[in-house]
Design a protein around this ligand. Sequence first.
Ligand code: UT7
Length: 331
Amino acid sequence: MTSQFKTRIAGVGSYLPEQVLTNYDLEKMVETSHDWIVQRTGIVHRHKVAEGEGTSDLVVKAAERALKDANLTAQDLDLIIVATVSGDYRMPATACIVQTKLGAKNVMAFDLAAACTGFVYALHVADQFIKTGVYKNILIAGAENLTKLVNYKDRETCILFGDGAGAMIVSRASNTDENTVISTHCHAEGAHAELLWFEAGGTKIPFSQEVLDSGKHFMKMKGKEIFKHATRTMAAACYEALDAGGKTPADLDWIVPHQANQRITEAVANQFEFPMEKIVSTVHETGNTSAASIPIAFDMAYRDGRIKRGQLILLTAFGSGLTSGSALLRF
Ligand code: UT7
């Protein structure tokens, strides 16, 4: 199908909660050490929401920055997509709470659950709405409040995750605009769902006293297995995006990968034969913020001048599901 329109990234923004949880703080909570965490993950600290701060609050702050960057207001939005696995409520969607807090009118708003690949999924979906001419301006956000959902008795997961939100405004490009989304790809492999999940607390195993006592409502992960899948799927997704866009790794200015573990990023760079200097890495200061990690990393590199308009950028992610995906764009 030939698309009628193209999508451009009109604005970018992010927000990290003020409170910081250091590796030294974690040493007091579980049997771990600052040195182990840095060596095995690259993480030095992660941010943590304040009491009463919800995922929607994080999204609103990131979205306001992205709207300002795009020189648009909430009134210009047609659609809000919030990628998250840690929304304010099971119902309604966090995107609806964001709609009212932003003061957006006449929008469609929904949440999207693809875990750490959520933001790439959201971009993929938004791109379809723009290409088909249905909408002109879409807010896509990745946001997580994971410090509320990890078990601070499980040292394999609690050291990894942090809170935050990142957002982009994606808009219909003008006919002459060369800075557009080139290709997006998304995948799912549900056979591996149990490698990273919240086993209980859903409808399959609802909340009960037994669930609360066993801690099965907290995030559970088979870290080594996830690590292997991550390097395989992210590298494959990179090639898929480049092939579709008729580009090679040498054409890229930056890769912005999902920020899960510095060793995963290095392994992907190795498999992909790509220089680490051209990969945006923020995991040391954010930890793994799941769906928020790519837009936060993108925004940080944009704000500090590394990422510039006109550059060719590849986003790549993997996560629970298992999901994976990539997006190639001229920013
Ligand atoms: O967005 C997707 C989300 N998930 C991920 O990206 C996670 C991917 N996986 C990982 O990042 C890594 O597998 C971990 C960081 C979770 C673990 O690192 P690892 O190098 O795979 O460690 P390991 O599981 O092989 O464990 C090595 C040792 C074990 O001790 P023994 O059996 O050798 O005595 C663990 O019990 O390290 C121990 N260990 C820890 N030690 C100190 C595991 N977690 C910790 C910890 N502090 N926090």
